[in-house]
Design a protein around this ligand. Structure first.
Ligand code: CIR
Length: 259
């Protein structure tokens, strides 16, 4: 069973962290509607949605990707780089404990899940403003015993590594190469976002389909042209909080839901 861990939009999302965008009005009602539609798409693509308890006082708590990295062998409870986001993790640890042994990133280490791009047994970690060297060393200590390598990746110009690059097929990355150099990821084919859509590199590959923001129609058309199956979603309100499609879930395989 493929589980998608999610969390409802907080009514406080208007006070979210912002690094690159100016603050603009977010409709919480519309954000909730869009988020529920996103969850329905994940279900249609074969996921079992497991919703975390809501965190109404934590503005960015819908962006669960930043709180945990779940591998087959272990779940790493991350420590988000933004202090306001650090209280998001205890409920994530409780939800994942039935499924995996847990490892934890501790202060002064920090890693945001949006910075971790998995390619096979390599975890590329973006050197962003959110993930630091101490966190990367802690992550390496947690995962190397399970046969994974951690590779820091220089990047610039965006919030997270996965703002700049995400997989859209087993052998293909969608990339904005002005933010990250795709040569760093080895032999994988790199396909470019449309030049008018620099924030279009965040795509979520689920069971062979790419869940993709409808706000980037030119890149969407490119993806379809490359023969990639695309499922558009409207996440306009989440985008105003610098979120997109990978950040609203943590995907992992589980044998069955634990009561
Ligand atoms: C933040 O700055 O932390 C949130 N406003 C957005 C987080 C988006 N996370 C992600 O793309 N992994």
């Amino acid at each position: 069973m493929l589980v998608a861990l999610t969390r409802a939009v907080s009514p406080a999302m208007g006070r979210c962290e912002l690094s690159y965008l100016p603050r603009t009005g977010i409709s919480i009602d519309l954000a909730r509607w869009q988020h529920r539609a996103y969850e329905r798409v994940l279900e249609e693509l074969g996921c079992t949605v497991l919703a975390l308890p809501p965190e109404p006082d934590l503005p960015d708590s819908v962006f669960v990707e930043d709180t945990a990295l779940v591998l087959e062998e272990v779940a790493v409870i991350l420590r988000p780089g933004a202090e306001s986001r650090q209280p998001e993790t205890p409920s994530v640890a409780s939800a994942l404990a039935p499924y995996r042994d847990l490892a934890v990133i501790g202060a002064p280490g920090s890693i945001d899940g949006g910075d971790v791009l998995r390619v096979g047994r390599t975890l590329f970690v973006g050197c962003s403003g959110r993930s630091n060297d101490v966190g990367m060393r802690q992550l390496a200590a947690a995962v190397e015993p399970h046969g994974y390598a951690v590779r820091p990746v220089p990047m610039a110009g965006c919030l997270h590594l996965k703002s700049a690059v995400t997989p859209v097929a087993p052998d293909t990355l969608l990339v904005n190469r002005s933010w990250v150099d795709p040569e760093q990821f080895g032999d994988l084919r790199a396909v470019d976002v449309h030049p008018d859509e620099p924030t279009g590199a965040n795509a979520l590959l689920v069971n062979g389909t790419v869940v993709y923001p409808s706000s980037h129609p030119r890149t969407l058309e490119r993806l379809a042209g490359w023969g990639i199956l695309v499922r558009p979603v409207d996440v306009s309100e989440l985008e105003k909080a610098e979120g997109a499609v990978t950040c609203c879930c943590v995907l992992f395989q589980a044998p069955g839901l634990v009561a």
